[in-house]
Design a protein around this ligand. Structure first.
Ligand code: PHE
Length: 459
């Protein structure tokens, strides 16, 4: 597959896939989902989904990609009946929709880097003004999309692999430092309790499906991002251990983000239910308390690293539709990148305006039975990340277990992992994709749609 390019090394693949997984989902979204979901109970459910359900789906995605050397649409066509390409198309669509709003938030993160460089620690209180400044938000959005497009147009090993290997470890070290600092603040302990002491009476249906959507989103699953990355992986690689490292890195960083955020939130007397603004409102003030020099240094580095974490994710989001257009419609990579990135940027403009700038997009839709309107950006998130991804995950599991068939999946995994067949790991993955994932994911998907969009809730 030399003509398609590939990862140069095992660590390169793991770093790139972990780079895809680790992003705004961990540092921006996870803490506010925990805050909205009532704290530690959400964390417990999230962890259970990540390890028991998502991990087997991840192994399956990588195996499908490596077997076919194709983008998701081509992969399903190759291994199954032509009709299964619909799963790939759903994935491409999810990638397009997610990137359209993800790029906007990534732009905010980069904008905060610039604000921190200028020592604007009060930007947290002025978050609302910042996100309605269309000149700023628009320019940062363009910048971010262009950076993403440049990396994707350079192909796999040159851009994606190299960047991920350096940036990921730096981010982890920086976060550990911030966690340590957060523990020294007054009222930190209340934050830690909120985050780590579960109150199981808080587990409701929305907590379940938000935790599931978050696990899929954070692990980049259900839309074929890892089928696409898997298509560049060498047969020598052990898919199961690679997937384990990717899952651990992703969950670990989300966990650290929460550990850092809740002491900060409680020490500032803020509400953990701050929603999408949580990190943007909370963190600048915290950096300010470090004094001007250290504050600028830590604040700017933090938001720069957050931007890079987002960049390795936007790259994987763009790679899915691009590899589809390149493989299936025989368009040259550079042209495909320009085209797809341009369309996605335009699709993101309503999301840019959905945070107070435009009344129409800020109160875009009122679901049946809901008391208040949902903004456009949140709406796209509900559709693409919370609905399409778990549905895609269910279909991928069903496809592998019943259409492609388990012995083929196991054979693919066995390459690079001699002894997999007959092992406990094989038995669990078989069980998970044959029964657990299809049943649980379909049930939760149906309940989510009924409850969230139609206000029908039997629980
Ligand atoms: N996992 C990424 C994050 O947490 C987002 C993402 C979702 C990337 C789906 C690729 C595919 O930020």
């Amino acid at each position: 597959m030399a003509s398609r390019g590939g990862f140069n090394s095992r660590i390169g693949f793991i770093a790139a896939a972990a780079g895809s997984a680790v992003g705004l989902g961990n540092i921006w979204k996870f803490p506010f989902e925990v805050g909205d979901g009532g704290g530690a109970a959400f964390v417990v459910i999230y962890l259970a989904f990540a390890f028991l359900l998502c991990f087997p789906v991840m192994v399956t995605e990588i195996a499908i990609g490596r077997r076919t050397n194709k983008n998701p649409v081509g992969a399903f066509t190759d291994l199954g009946h032509k009709n299964w390409r619909i799963v790939g198309i759903l994935g491409v669509l999810a990638g397009v929709l997610i990137l359209s709003f993800y790029n906007v938030v990534a732009g905010w993160a980069f904008g905060y880097f610039v604000e921190m460089l200028m020592g604007h620690f009060t930007i947290g209180q002025n978050f609302g003004t910042f996100i309605t400044d269309m000149v700023k938000v628009g320019s940062y959005g363009v910048l971010f999309m262009v950076a993403t497009a440049l990396i994707v147009s350079r192909g796999i090993s040159g851009g994606i692999e190299r960047a991920s290997k350096i940036l990921m470890p730096t981010l982890i070290v920086m976060m550990l430092g911030l966690v340590a600092y957060s523990f020294t603040l007054p009222h930190a302990i209340e934050g830690i309790k909120f985050y780590l002491l579960p109150d199981f009476s808080k587990i409701t249906l929305p907590v379940m499906y938000n935790a599931l959507g978050q696990a899929f989103f954070s692990l980049s699953l259900g839309m074929g991002a890892l089928i696409t990355y898997g298509s560049y992986v060498d047969k020598k690689e052990n898919i199961v251990t690679s997937a384990a490292y990717i899952t651990l890195a992703d969950v670990g960083i989300a966990f650290l983000a929460g550990l850092m955020m809740f002491p900060f939130v409680f020490s500032q007397g803020l509400e953990p239910t701050g929603g999408a603004g949580l990190i943007f409102v909370t963190l600048p003030g915290i950096f300010g308390t470090l004094g001007p020099t250290l504050g600028i240094l830590v604040g700017a580095t933090f938001f720069l690293l957050l931007s890079f974490a987002a960049l390795t994710s936007t790259v994987s989001l763009l790679e899915v539709p691009v590899s589809y257009v390149v493989d299936e419609h025989k368009v040259k990579r550079k042209k495909a990148v320009g085209l797809v990135a341009g369309v996605i940027f335009l699709l993101g403009i309503p999301s840019m305006m959905a945070n107070g700038y435009s009344g129409f997009f800020s109160h875009f839709i009122t679901y049946l039975g809901a008391g208040k309107a949902t903004d456009f950006m949140t709406f796209i998130g509900h559709i693409a990340s919370d609905s399409f991804l778990p549905l895609g995950g269910a279909l991928i599991a069903i496809f592998a277990a019943y259409v492609w068939k388990k012995h083929n999946l196991n054979e693919e995994i066995e390459q690079g992992f001699p002894g997999f067949k007959g092992s406990l790991g094989e038995k669990y993955i078989d069980f998970a994709i044959t029964y657990l994932a299809p049943v649980v994911l379909i049930i939760i998907f149906v309940l989510t749609v009924l409850d969230r969009f139609f206000g029908i809730n039997y629980f």
